[in-house]
Ligand binder design. Structure first.
Ligand SMILES: N[C@@H](CCC(=O)N[C@@H](CS)C(=O)NCC(=O)O)C(=O)O
Length: 220
């Protein structure tokens, strides 16, 4: 009998934050048994899931003997510590700070604005579908264009966001790109982002994590 995976990953097909963890697990050769949480049906707000993650968000990583680990950035840092190869952070402090800063521009300052809970609140307070779409375009564009400006102008940018190997910055960047595509939004004027995205998605670890390849994704 094959060994049980070390982790359970509470996940939903489309989510940006879960995608980050999927890519990191793939890159590091770690396996997780996914537990499907239907965010669109509100399962993440049900009593059972709120006991696992009181903020009602996926991903949540569960490992026997430890409390559930929430927050994709914390999960990525944890995976980096338990499985340092391949490294997803540079070896120097300035480099690590730059990678974390690029990642936070999207994971901390962009993504939370377009989550289902924000949509639900806005729709209950006067938004309609068109206003919501304009909101999504506004915040995705703001985040991606700001990252583009840094990537295009900073000398540490290489083939990837930082140097010539994949880091957490690429994982988070791609986590926004794949969701922008799910919502069929086009953000113009981001050539460096597009160049790096093409390199990332050519890698199996990214391709396997694509939302459209997950359980529950709409069939083409
Ligand atoms: N900061 C959290 C975000 C978690 C999060 O908001 N996940 C979204 C899906 S990408 C979610 O489950 N949202 C549920 C909701 O908004 O109701 C992380 O990085 O893990």
């Amino acid at each position: 009998m094959p060994d049980q995976p070390r982790f359970e990953l509470y996940a939903y097909w489309r989510t940006s934050a879960t995608y980050r963890v999927r890519v990191a697990l793939n890159l590091k050769g770690l396996a997780a048994q996914e537990r499907f949480v239907n965010v669109d049906a509100g399962e993440n707000r049900g009593e059972a899931f709120l006991k696992i993650n009181p903020l009602g968000g996926v991903p949540t990583l569960v490992e026997a003997g430890f409390p559930p680990l929430t927050q994709s950035a914390a999960i990525l840092e944890y995976l980096e510590e338990i499985a340092p190869n391949p490294p997803l952070l540079p070896s120097d402090p300035h480099g690590r700070a730059r990678v974390r800063s690029l990642a936070a521009m999207l994971a901390t300052d962009t993504h939370p604005l377009i989550t289902p809970r924000i949509k639900r609140y806005l729709m209950e307070h006067g938004f309609d579908d068109a206003a919501w779409r304009a909101w999504q375009i506004q915040w995705f564009s703001t985040g991606l264009r700001a990252v583009e400006q840094r990537l295009a102008s900073e000398s540490q940018t290489g083939r990837f966001c930082h140097g010539d190997t994949v880091t957490m910055a690429d994982i988070v960047l791609m986590s926004i790109i794949v969701v922008v595509r799910v919502f069929k939004i086009e953000v113009a004027g981001t050539p460096t982002v597009n160049r790096i995205a093409a390199l990332c998605e050519a890698q199996e670890a990214f391709a396997k994590a694509d939302p459209m390849r997950q359980e529950g994704a709409p069939q083409p």
